[in-house]
Design a binder for this molecule. Structure first.
Ligand SMILES: Nc1ncnc2c1ncn2[C@@H]1O[C@H](COP(=O)(O)OP(=O)(O)OP(=O)(O)O)[C@@H](O)[C@H]1O
Length: 364
């Protein structure tokens, strides 16, 4: 049997043996919704909570900030329990999605507000704020009110305000969501640098896989209030374990039972895989690995051959992405020319093939 590399869910970083970092089990009951998520992170870790709408990401962040109480569980930071501690007393900095800058205060005073609330004198707070604005490349905007700042600048002021309190936990709620696509690219790169310099634990919430993959060392994927997978971005992209994650990283994913190079998929047919495994597995292949044919192909090479029907077509970059139903539901990418030559349209019958070498199987 092939030795499979360690799967992502075994790989979560934990707080250091001295108890430094974040150690939390967040249980929050909100009406019928229940969040039950264990989060652990060592100082210097940047962790992204990723998940679909309504998964419970914001609930988790608000529980960490102390804005909603835990129903059960625990919340420790560097060995100290934060439960019952009011939000303003926690060594936690928060950057909210819309930044929540005070409109009537200058950038400098917005940043100085952080240390001031944590007991610094007015002069100290302003000195620290000046230093932070310089670090963020915003020195010349110190006197500007928020309405005169671009989205990216406002984001950095909000980040400076959070960092100026020297938090032991930094929370960022959809940090790039308020920005347009162009600004987002620059701000994402800057934020990545600032987070890399940050020595305590940072937790960010996003439903954008690109933000998560670029900004975080480790992803915790939450669905319906539960952690469904965690690991490095690379682990998650290579070994998705749910349909949501497979869709995010653009792979076809099937659970099944392996016996040697053959996997009997729960979805019905069997698939021949490159890896030789036994027992419950996941099989993935990218949409680009699928070849479509109008007529049943002959020849021995196409052992993974399924009769399908086109359910839908959409443009995907410079390709056409076809959603197929039938013997095996799958997505396939093909060039516009190939789609035209095949006469693809919703309802068209096609044969789909995938080479075993382009599949990837790993234990479930
Ligand atoms: N005040 C509330 N009372 C009851 N249920 C709530 C309350 N706020 C949120 N919920 C429910 O909690 C669940 C999780 O919501 P949450 O905002 O944490 O999800 P999310 O993952 O952050 O989603 P999104 O990406 O859409 O922001 C949802 O089902 C939501 O309807």
């Amino acid at each position: 049997m092939t030795q499979i590399e360690k799967t992502a869910h075994d790989d979560g970083a934990a707080p250091t043996p001295t108890g430094e970092g974040l150690d939390a089990r967040l249980v929050v009951q909100r009406g019928r919704f229940r969040l039950d998520a264990t989060l652990k992170a060592a100082p210097g870790d940047v962790v992204a909570l990723l998940g679909p709408n309504g998964a419970g990401k914001t609930t988790a962040l608000r529980a960490l900030a102390g804005l909603i109480p835990l129903t059960e569980g625990h919340l420790r930071l560097d060995g100290d329990s934060l439960e019952g501690m009011p939000p303003e007393a926690r060594p936690v900095g928060v950057v909210f999605q819309d930044y929540l800058l005070f409109p009537h205060l200058t950038a400098l005073d917005n940043v100085a507000f952080g240390p001031r609330c944590h007991g610094a004198t007015k002069a100290e707070s302003r000195a620290q704020a000046t230093e932070w604005l310089e670090r963020m490349g915003l020195a010349e905007h110190a006197g500007a009110k928020p309405r005169r700042l671009s989205g990216g600048q406002a984001q950095r002021v909000a980040l400076a305000r959070a960092l100026a309190t020297h938090p032991r936990l930094l929370l960022l709620d959809e940090p790039l969501a308020a920005l347009d696509a162009r600004t987002r690219l620059d701000v994402r790169a800057q934020l990545r640098r600032h987070l890399a310099d940050f020595e305590a634990v940072a937790v960010l919430v996003t439903h954008d896989p690109l933000d998560a993959m670029v900004l975080a060392d480790r992803l915790i994927v939450i669905e319906e209030g539960r952690v469904v997978q965690e690991g490095t971005p690379g682990d998650i992209a290579r070994h998705p374990r749910t349909d949501y994650i497979a869709h995010l990283v653009g792979l076809n994913l099937y659970p099944g039972q392996a016996e040697g190079h053959t996997v009997r998929l729960d979805a019905g047919p069997a698939i021949t895989t490159a890896e030789e495994l036994t027992g419950p597995v996941f099989v993935t292949f990218p949409p680009s690995a699928v070849t479509l044919h109008r007529d049943r192909p002959t020849g021995a090479s196409a052992r993974n051959l399924w009769h399908c029907e086109v359910a839908g077509l959409e443009t995907h970059g410079d390709q056409i992405r076809a959603a197929l139903t039938g013997e095996l539901p799958l997505t396939a990418d093909l060039t516009t020319i190939a789609a035209a030559e095949l006469g693809l349209h919703p309802g068209a019958a096609v044969w789909a093939t995938v080479k075993a070498a382009q599949t990837h199987a790993y234990p479930a």
